[in-house]
Design a protein around this ligand. Structure first.
Ligand code: ZN
Length: 325
């Protein structure tokens, strides 16, 4: 929303500047007399700016991804070594300039928690409220039926406007991933069952045990087992999201496998180097059961505080992924 407003504001500013210049060329007194024409002109200018506005068309993201071509001179061919050297230089030049341009735009971070509701979910819910940040949970319906307490924790997530609930399958593949994905139709049904059971509002999925992304013009598969299920889900209107960075903590002891500082540095490197799936967007994977111990909860709070104190990253919902510039 804020991003949208900012975009409109920028559009308005550029459009206004263009019109001011046109008006000056046309003479000061013609403005009032030509009011209706100005309105049409204004609309045309807005269209023109919109079409060249990188915020809208993802021009920088495209430049970042596109391969680099060097026109070949067939009359004066140069050695393969020289071509490679030129390519390397050109690639670095473009990457540096696009990285600088992208750094001027907002940066977005997505905290995602998998496998809830589990012990730990209630604490995650409270932390999102205490810090007033948006978070994303990929839920497993079966877990909500394991106890009254977990059903209540699911309801807390569901009723918290700072939490968006997404689909992580009903059974979590019973943790037998290859078997689960070997039958894409029954796997598909398992996701549908979860959607109905939890009354999920968004068609957004993360596959258990797989880091697979299929959305818009992107299709990235980590393991072939899972690809058919993912394709079937995408064809039926779902978007499938993986993750860029994973944080691990021992749930029972709260002992981190990566310290807050390590994970914070990793997130920052992904953001700065544009090495995430989408430049200026970084998705962090965690699991609900990591935060059942007070030590783990303290680490999560500390990570959020560190991000808020040292960066201007915006905490976002996966529903809005990706912001392309
Ligand atoms: Zn999972």
């Amino acid at each position: 929303m804020v991003n949208g407003i900012k975009t409109l504001f920028n559009l308005g500013t550029v459009a206004y500047l263009s019109i001011s210049l046109t008006s000056c060329q046309g003479g000061m007194n013609t403005r009032a007399a030509n009011a209706p024409q100005d309105t049409t002109e204004f609309a045309e200018r807005v269209e023109e700016v919109k079409n060249t506005d990188p915020v809208r068309n993802g021009m920088l993201t495209k430049r970042w991804r596109d391969p680099i071509h060097i026109p070949t001179d067939t009359l004066h061919p140069i050695s393969k070594d020289s071509v490679n050297k030129l390519l390397k230089l050109e690639r670095r030049r473009i990457k540096d300039s696009v990285r600088l341009a992208l750094d001027k735009f907002p940066k977005h971070i997505y905290l995602t928690f998998d496998d809830g509701p589990l012990l730990g979910s209630a604490a995650i819910d409270s932390i999102s409220k205490a810090k007033n940040i948006k978070i994303n949970v990929f839920l497993v319906g079966k877990h909500a039926h394991m106890s009254k307490g977990l059903k209540r924790d699911f309801q807390r997530y569901y009723n918290n406007p700072l939490v968006e609930c997404y689909n992580h399958s009903y059974t979590h593949a019973n943790n037998k991933f290859t078997t689960f994905y070997s039958n894409p139709i029954s796997a598909f049904d398992d996701f549908e069952k979860n959607e109905v059971d939890l009354n999920l509002k968004h068609k957004i999925i993360r596959l258990p045990g797989r880091n697979i992304w299929i959305y818009n013009d992107v299709r990235r598969i980590d393991l072939q087992s899972g690809a058919s299920t993912a394709d079937m889900l995408y064809t039926n209107g779902y978007r499938i999201f993986g993750w860029d960075v994973e944080w691990k903590i021992h749930g029972l002891t709260g002992k981190p496998i990566q310290s807050v500082n390590e994970i914070y540095t990793r997130l920052k490197n992904y953001m700065n180097n544009k090495s995430s799936m989408e430049p200026n967007n970084v998705v962090l994977l965690m699991h609900d059961d990591m935060f059942q111990n007070r030590k783990g909860q303290y680490l999560l709070s500390t990570l959020i505080d560190t991000i808020q104190a040292n960066t201007d990253y915006k905490f976002e919902f996966m529903q809005d992924y990706p912001f392309r510039y």
